[in-house]
Design a protein around this ligand. Structure first.
Ligand code: URP
Ligand code: ZN
Ligand code: ZN
Length: 472
C-alpha cells in the first residue's frame, strides 16, 4: 500500500527536458513516485490546470551581506527566503563576502551566524574573495571548497573588492585544481573611475550618469580579459550579470573557440533600460545596478542568448537597498552623486514570473528552457543537482505549482521582501506560482508565506558540473 505524505495530482509537470501529465508522490521530503492515479496522500493537492515545476534555484542573490560605510541590505535570510518562496524559488545561493584583511573562513562562519534560524527554504553559500593572501590560496580556499563551498565570485571593479589580473590568475589556478566555479563580475575599474571623474567635473552627477560611467565597452573589455585569463589557466568561468551585445559577442567568440565560458543574465537586462535611471528627480537611483541596464536593442540580444543557449543561468542578482533610507539609496539621508548610490536592485520574488510571462508567455523561450535556466542549470552549475533543480525520484520535493493564466500587476506592497520599491511596479505579468513546497512542506500558498523561520537547511555543494576535473 502506497503511503504518501503529499500527492500533487492532475497537473502538468515540466522539467528541463520533458513535459508530462502525471502525479507526484512525496514522502519524507523526497519525490518517491511519478505516475498517474497515485493513491491519496495525507495532503492531497489538486493541480488540475496548473503547471508543476521544479522550485527555482536562484544562484545569484545578496542577503544580509556586510556593507561598508553605514549601508545595510534590507533583506536578511528570513525576509529574503520568504520573498523567494513566494515567487516560486526553493533554493537561494547568496554570498559570504570576505573583507580585505579578513580570513575567508571567518567570513564564512560569520555568514552562517547571519543565516542561522532564519531561512524558510534551503540555501548554500558562494564566497566573495577580496583578499587572496597566501593563506587563502594555499589553505583556506582549498579546504572550504572540499567542505562544500564550491563557487566563489571575483570582482574586477569596486574599490573594496576588485582584484588585479595576477590575483585572478592565482584564484583561477585554485579553481582548476579543486574543480570549483569562479564567477566573474567583469567591468574595467580604471575606465569607470576615469569616466566618473570626467562626469563629476562637468557637474553630471544625477543617477542617470551611472549608466554613462559604465558604457558597454568597460564590460566588453573586462569580459574579454576574463576570457583570456580563463584560457590561460584552462579553467571554466561564469561571467555573471551580462547586460548586452558587446559582452555577448566576446562570449560567443570564446565559445566558438572551444573555451568553457558560461554566462548568466538577470531580469533587469530584459526588463529595464538606461531610461529607467532617468526617472523623475532622484528616482532613477532605484535602477542603479552594475552593469547598468542598456537599451531595447540590447534586450533583444539578451533574449536571443536566453533562447539559443548562450546563457546557462538566469538569476535575480537581488541586491536589496531601500530607496528612502540612509542605509540604502540615500546615504546619510540625502540624494547623492551617482558614485555613492549603492549598486543593486531587488528581484528575488519577481525573477521567475517575469521570465515566465515575458519569455514563455510571449514565445521567446519554451517551458523546458525556462526550467533549465531558472532551476536545473543553476543546480548543476553549483553542484546541487539532482537533489535540487528537477522533479525526479529521489530528489528533494522542491516544487512550485503555477497558475499559468493568473494575471498579476506587480506592486511592491504585495511583495514580501523588505525593500520599499520594486523596479517592476505596474508591470502586468501572466503566470504566478500559487503554491511552493520545500522538501514536501508548503511554504507559500495563495499569496501567503507559511514556512517557519529556520526550517531551511544549509546545503553543502558538490563540485559544479562544468568545473569537475576531467577524467584522464
Ligand atoms: O549592481 C549590482 N549588481 N549589485 C550587486 C553586487 C554585484 O556586483 O553583483
Ligand atoms: Zn557583480
Ligand atoms: Zn550580485
Amino acid at each position: 500500500m502506497d503511503d504518501f505524505d503529499v500527492v500533487i495530482r492532475n497537473g502538468t509537470i515540466a522539467t528541463a527536458s520533458d513535459t508530462m501529465q502525471c502525479d507526484v508522490g512525496i514522502k519524507d521530503g523526497k519525490v518517491v513516485a511519478l505516475a498517474r492515479n497515485l493513491a491519496r496522500g495525507r495532503t492531497d493537492i489538486d493541480a488540475a490546470g496548473k503547471l508543476v515545476l521544479p522550485g527555482g534555484v536562484d544562484g545569484h542573490c545578496h542577503l544580509d551581506q556586510p556593507m561598508p560605510d553605514g549601508l545595510e541590505m534590507a533583506d536578511d535570510f528570513l525576509s529574503g527566503s520568504i520573498s523567494a518562496a513566494c515567487g516560486g524559488t526553493t533554493t537561494v545561493i547568496p554570498f559570504a563576502a570576505q573583507a580585505k584583511g579578513q580570513s575567508l573562513r571567518a567570513a564564512v562562519e560569520d555568514y552562517h551566524r547571519r543565516a542561522e534560524g532564519k531561512a524558510v527554504i534551503d540555501y548554500a553559500f558562494h564566497m566573495i574573495i577580496s583578499d587572496p593572501t597566501e593563506t587563502v590560496l594555499r589553505e583556506e580556499l582549498p579546504r572550504l571548497i572540499r567542505e562544500g563551498y564550491t563557487s566563489f565570485k571575483i570582482y574586477m571593479t569596486y574599490d573594496d573588492m576588485k582584484l588585479n589580473d595576477r590575483q585572478i590568475l592565482d584564484l583561477l589556478a585554485v579553481a582548476r585544481r579543486e574543480g570549483a566555479m569562479a564567477m566573474i563580475h567583469a567591468e574595467n575599474s580604471d575606465c569607470i573611475a576615469w569616466l566618473t571623474e570626467q562626469l563629476e567635473a562637468a557637474g553630471l552627477t544625477a543617477p542617470k550618469y551611472h549608466a554613462a560611467s559604465r558604457p558597454m565597452l568597460v564590460e566588453r573589455e573586462a569580459t574579454h580579459r576574463a576570457i583570456a585569463l580563463s584560457e590561460l589557466v584552462d579553467v571554466p568561468i561564469l561571467i555573471v550579470h551580462v547586460s548586452g551585445k558587446e559582452a555577448i559577442e566576446q562570449i560567443r567568440w570564446a565559445r566558438g573557440h572551444g573555451l568553457r565560458i558560461y554566462a548568466e543574465t538577470c531580469p533587469q537586462y530584459v526588463m529595464l533600460t538606461e531610461q529607467d535611471l532617468d526617472m523623475d528627480g532622484y528616482h532613477g537611483a532605484k535602477c542603479v545596478c552594475s552593469p547598468p541596464p542598456r537599451d531595447k536593442e540590447n534586450q533583444q540580444y539578451i533574449w536571443d542568448g536566453l533562447a539559443d543557449g548562450l546563457f546557462t543561468v538566469f538569476s535575480s542578482d537581488h541586491a536589496p537597498f531601500r530607496y528612502a533610507d540612509a542605509k540604502g539609496k540615500m546615504p546619510e539621508g540625502k540624494e547623492v552623486p551617482f558614485r555613492y548610490i549603492p549598486n543593486g536592485i531587488p528581484g528575488l520574488e519577481t525573477r521567475l514570473p517575469l521570465l515566465f510571462s515575458e519569455g514563455v508567455g510571449r514565445g521567446r523561450i519554451d517551458l523546458n528552457r525556462f526550467v533549465a535556466l531558472t532551476a536545473t542549470e543553476p543546480a548543476k552549475m553549483y553542484g546541487l543537482y539532482p537533489r535540487k533543480g528537477t522533479i525526479a525520484i529521489g530528489g528533494d520535493a522542491d516544487i512550485a505549482i503555477w497558475d499559468p493564466l493568473k494575471e498579476v500587476v506587480i506592486a511592491n506592497e504585495a511583495l514580501h521582501h523588505n525593500v520599499d520599491y520594486t523596479p517592476y511596479e505596474g508591470i502586468k505579468v501572466i503566470g504566478w506560482p500559487t503554491m511552493t513546497l520545500s522538501r514536501g512542506e508548503i511554504v507559500y500558498q495563495e499569496n501567503r508565506p507559511c514556512g517557519t523561520a529556520g526550517r531551511g537547511k544549509f546545503l553543502k555543494c558538490g563540485l559544479p558540473d562544468p568545473a569537475r576535473p576531467k577524467k584522464r
